[in-house]
Design a protein around this ligand. Structure first.
Ligand code: UD1
Ligand code: CA
Length: 467
């Protein structure tokens, strides 16, 4: 199999090679290769050129076995195919795809192969009818309805431009015949390139069998050439992913606002509210409730947990845990079952034991918190001294008073308390109350003396008079 991916993608106006732009968490090229990987299509050869260093790295990562063929100068799809066939098997058949059609499915490729076999064809072209065929090569048929040739938009007459049936850029060829035909193609077209599409007319002139297979779903062959098409195709991929999830038992209230990467796993009976993005290797267990407006990147969410209006990255959320609204879980956060992480709480590289709570306005960094402990509102785990990060340990059944500063490294023993407003920089033994704040002093009459004539003084005077 050959994938052509050397084009420069000028219309993307990007420093990133076109085939490396992302859709649903995967590069465009990786989507194509995911569809083709499900077929047994022999050795994989990928032609790369524009941005070849980056594309080559991506290929090494996603399909290390693929043979990379470098096309130094864009010579057209025919030229790219010729390069790819050098040193390849000279007999048998070859599937050719473009690297920029991420919606292509393996099912459609399988039917293309079936049609080729049952027709006993030398070449079979995947076609489709498009509502707007502008920009694509058109399929010309003879009087008997058989494929005659493919004419590019740039080289087409007005009459040919009216034809709605287009070339998808996906073909199956018998290699021997393809090699011969490629030797005969020229460059006499508006771009001065060797067009792979020209082999069709050459084969046809030789009188061999050339077939077509029309894809039912035209979206499958949509190619990406600019950012508007990238956005259109992304939305189609989103719908495809959401449809499959809904069919498998996931509730998605507003699918148009929910963006889920292909790599994400979601159980049945998960409920997703509007404005949710779930990315990377996230896994969501049954009964979880996500959203509205929540982003999860590489997160595991346990059964029955809820995550509301929150941003979470590389974190584990236990079963029946409650996160948000407005929580920020950063990398390495591990929440046990039945915990609560409430509004305006940021956590990083910390574990929170079963049943424990950080309900409001806190920063928890580099902490290990035991079971059934409560971290009072506005507590800060002071983990950074400006040079290095230090760890704080909080035991089981601990009560941290509101507005405590826990200056790491420090340990709060099981069952211990800290008084509200304390700055704790020494360990608190189990069962102890740690208080670290100045004793309060009331200077009586201060306002009456120092703020005479103010509303405060008036209010205080009234209160005194009423006594
Ligand atoms: C091509 C087809 C057109 C078809 C359309 C489907 C030709 C001449 N035209 O047009 O009939 O309707 O695809 O999307 O084949 N590439 C290389 N090396 C090159 C040129 C291209 O590797 O020298 C690769 C590109 O990276 C791309 C694919 O081949 O993945 C198609 O090239 P592109 O320039 O996108 O061709 P289209 O104009 O879309
Ligand atoms: Ca294209």
């Amino acid at each position: 199999m050959i994938v052509l991916a050397a084009g420069d993608g000028k219309r993307m106006k990007s420093s990133t090679p076109k085939v490396l732009h992302q859709i649903a968490g995967r590069s465009i090229l990786a989507h194509v290769l995911s569809a083709t990987s499900k077929l047994e299509a022999g050795e994989l050869r990928v032609v790369i050129g524009a941005g070849k260093e980056l594309v080559s790295e991506e290929l090494k990562e996603i399909t290390p076995k693929a043979k990379q063929i470098i096309q130094e100068v864009r010579g057209g799809t025919g030229h790219a195919t010729r390069l790819a066939l050098e040193g390849a098997a000279s007999k048998g058949r070859v599937l050719i795809c473009a690297g920029d059609t991420p919606l292509l499915t393996s099912a459609t490729l399988s039917s293309l192969i079936e049609v080729h076999e049952s027709a006993g064809a030398i070449a079979t072209v995947l076609t489709t009818e498009l509502p707007d065929p502008f920009g694509y090569g058109r399929i010309l048929r003879d009087s008997t309805g058989e494929l005659d040739s493919i004419v590019e938009e740039r080289d087409a007459s007005e009459a040919v431009k009216e034809i709605p049936e287009i070339n998808s850029g996906v073909y199956l060829f018998e290699i021997e015949a393809l090699n011969k035909a490629l030797g005969k193609i020229g460059k006499s077209n508006s771009q001065g390139e060797e067009y792979l599409t020209d082999v069709i007319a050459i084969l046809k002139a030789e009188g061999v069998k050339v077939a077509t297979h029309q894809a039912e779903d035209f979206t499958e062959i949509l190619g990406i050439n600019d950012r508007a098409q990238l956005s259109d195709v992304s939305a189609m991929m989103r719908d495809r992913i959401n449809d499959a999830l809904m069919r498998s038992g996931v509730t998605i209230e507003d699918p148009a606002s929910v963006w889920i990467d292909v790599s994400v796993e979601i159980d049945a009976d998960v409920h997703i509210e509007p404005g949710v993005a779930i990315k990377g290797g996230s896994k969501i267990q049954t009964g979880a409730k996500l959203g509205p407006r929540t982003t999860l990147i590489d997160c595991e969410v346990g059964a029955g947990a809820s995550v509301i209006e929150s941003h979470c990255e590389s974190s584990k959320i236990g079963a029946r845990a409650k996160v948000g609204p407005y929580a920020h879980l950063r990398g390495g956060t591990v929440l046990a079952d039945e915990v609560k992480v409430g509004s305006f709480v940021e956590m990083k590289n910390s574990t929170l034991g079963e049943g424990s709570k950080v309900p409001h306005l806190s920063y928890v960094g580099d902490a290990k918190i035991g079971r059934e402990s409560n971290i009072g509102a506005a507590t800060i785990f002071v983990n950074y001294d400006g040079v290095s990060k230090h760890e704080t340990k909080v035991g089981d059944h601990v009560r941290i008073g509101s507005d405590s500063m826990l200056i790491a490294p420090v340990e709060i023993g099981d069952g211990a308390y800290t008084a509200a407003g304390s700055i704790i920089n020494e360990d608190v033994p189990p069962g102890a109350l740690g208080i670290a704040r100045a004793r309060q002093v009331n200077i009586l009459g201060w306002v009456l003396k120092k703020r005479k004539g103010t509303k405060s003084a008036e209010a205080a005077e009234k209160k005194e008079g009423s006594k």
